[in-house]
Design a binder for this molecule. Sequence first.
Ligand SMILES: Nc1ncnc2c1ncn2[C@@H]1O[C@H](COP(=O)(O)OP(=O)(O)OP(=O)(O)O)[C@@H](O)[C@H]1O
Ligand SMILES: [Mg+2]
Length: 285
Amino acid sequence: MKTIAIYHNKGGVGKTTTAVNLAAAFSNKNKRVLLIDIDAQANSTFATGLIKFQFEEDDNLKDRNVLQILSSGEFDFIPEIARKSKGFNVPEIDVIPSHITLIDEQDRLNRLASSRFRLNTKLEQVEDRYDIVIIDAPPSRDLYAEIALIAADYLIIPSDMKPFSNQGLNIIKKFIREVNETRSTIGKDTLEVLGVLASKILTNSKYLEFVFPKQKEAVLQRYQFAMLKTVIYERVALSNCVNQTVSRGDLEIPDPKSVFEFDRDCDSVKEFRNLSSEIMEKIGF
Ligand SMILES: Nc1ncnc2c1ncn2[C@@H]1O[C@H](COP(=O)(O)OP(=O)(O)OP(=O)(O)O)[C@@H](O)[C@H]1O
Ligand SMILES: [Mg+2]
């Protein structure tokens, strides 16, 4: 089992889009996939079809989500909390959903050193159940991001390559050093950075010719991070697939799809297939 965290401290750079569609790409290659949403915004939870309810009284995630995983070492193990994605992809994937209540619990969890290691420990217990675990992390440098980076073997850093995203790379570098210190206290190897993934990249030819190469060079030279070869371009299919709905009576029910289910012939499908192949090669799968 290999665990990959998807993280950048900059918001809106394509972390969730990468996490869910990469999970679908691996699932389509017959890998047993677990997706963990550890961002209180619960965007991966939504994108995998687990938030179809419209009213809070119908919320069936409240008592069975990633918060329970983090809150106890004795109860609420991964097989009890994971559920299948719904109408997201064929084959569906297993998901540990997130929940908005994560926000309120951060201080309490922060006071307990052991809460940092619970996800890691609970993942060790399901090594034989999954081939790949993908963790969608929040856009912050907080406890939840730290827990994701402690539990992961590998890190992918999606970036739109813009100036603020690039400057954020220095903060990530420092964060990784601190996380590695914490990992060493539990005898865990250092986190392996698979690279920066250029994401939401404009297809405009001038940009690709003149600006993009310089931005990539900066990542390598100034911040000393490797770039993944695959590029995820900005494409409408990728934003549309998550916004699908179905009518049921008077209601429009969310019906999000992986990009593979949405349009199997679109360019984003090829890009995510390539990304999954590139990663499999890098992690020796
Ligand atoms: N390659 C892409 N092409 C088109 N739209 C995209 C692409 N990647 C992401 N988007 C859109 O951009 C928005 C932000 O993407 P996403 O939620 O994946 O980013 P994020 O880094 O997870 O954000 P956050 O920091 O809030 O968690 C979403 O509306 C998503 O549909
Ligand atoms: Mg996100």
